[in-house]
Design a protein around this ligand. Structure first.
Ligand code: NDP
Length: 275
């Protein structure tokens, strides 16, 4: 039996083990996906254990390690390096190789989301203004994708220095995201992406802000977040739930570890709500 780990903190309530283990069972693969709660000062040692144990196929990396893990790996694929964050590790013998499947998951979730008001098909944004809350690993993947699709990206983060670092390092043909203040009482353009954990404990990430036409909440929770609930109750707002991105990034990671197509409908059925 081989193992796949989820490295992050907190990970106890993650929905990824159910999805991946259902997929391994479906395909008759003798693998097991396990969450490993990992504090900052345990990250390097956890990676060394992966190198030593020999039966670890790879891992997912989640909050708060996606950026720091980059310098601890033996190799990082070009896409992940451009984003500046790794969410998937593949073991090749004792070498650990980093990838990023969040960007793919984000794009696929947006492309497949049924629209609640007339809007372009496929990737929904082109020449639009989009606000991202957060400046961590997930925000980096979303910012790069949105810039590549020709949009203007605003970044608001609790720690403005981290937003500045993101804005300096994410670039498409000379265009960068702009750093803005955390919105209160403002209108956040055509879309908002919540790339913070706000919502996990019942908080509303966009309190006092009028909702734009698209609300994309990355927080993947068993119960809908307050932001998703408010957006679903608002006319003509298209809502992308974090479970959708979770599904598509997971499918791409699964394929990197196993080399076989992910059984996407089995993985979807393992989620606690339909997406
Ligand atoms: P990181 O640790 O890389 O970044 C976390 C970000 O959230 C930082 O910008 C941090 O701000 C901000 N933040 C944390 N706590 C608070 C708070 N109490 N108030 C305001 N801002 C806060 O994590 P990730 O980027 O990997 O993940 C961010 C979120 O996106 C998580 O909820 C994660 O579950 C979700 N996600 C979902 C995915 C999906 O497939 N659905 C995929 C990837 C991520 P600061 O810099 O100030 O600390």
């Amino acid at each position: 039996m081989s193992q796949v780990w989820l490295i992050g903190r907190p990970v106890a309530h993650s929905l990824s083990p159910a999805m991946h283990n259902a997929a391994f069972t479906k395909l008759g693969l003798p693998h097991r996906y396990e969450a490993k709660e990992t504090a900052d000062d345990q990250l390097a040692a956890t990676l060394d254990r992966m190198r030593r144990e020999g039966d670890v196929l790879g891992a997912n990396v989640t909050i708060p390690h996606k950026e720091t893990v980059l310098r601890l790996l033996d190799e990082v694929d070009d896409g992940a390096r451009r984003i500046g964050a790794v969410n998937t590790i593949v073991s090749r013998g004792a070498r650990l190789i980093g990838y990023n499947t969040d960007k793919h998951g984000f794009e696929k979730a947006l492309e497949t989301q049924p629209r609640r008001a007339p809007w372009r098909d496929g990737f929904p944004f082109d020449g639009d203004r989009i606000l991202i809350l957060g400046a961590g690993g997930a925000a980096r993947a979303c910012a790069l994708s949105l810039l590549e699709h020709g949009n203007n990206v605003d970044i608001a983060n609790r720690d403005p220095a981290r937003a500045d670092a993101l804005a300096r390092s994410i670039e498409v043909e000379g265009r960068h995201p702009e750093v803005v203040a955390w919105p209160r009482g403002s209108e956040p353009g055509d879309a908002v992406v919540n790339a913070t954990p706000l919502g996990l404990n019942g908080e509303e990430a966009l309190e006092d802000v009028q909702l734009p036409k698209w609300v994309i909440d990355l927080v993947p929770t068993a119960a809908e977040t307050p932001l998703v609930k408010r957006a679903k109750a608002t006319d003509n707002v298209t809502v992308v739930d974090g479970l959708s991105m979770l599904l598509y990034q997971a499918a791409r990671s699964f394929e990197l570890w196993t080399g076989v197509p992910a059984p996407i409908e089995t993985m979807r059925a393992a989620l606690p709500r339909p997406v």
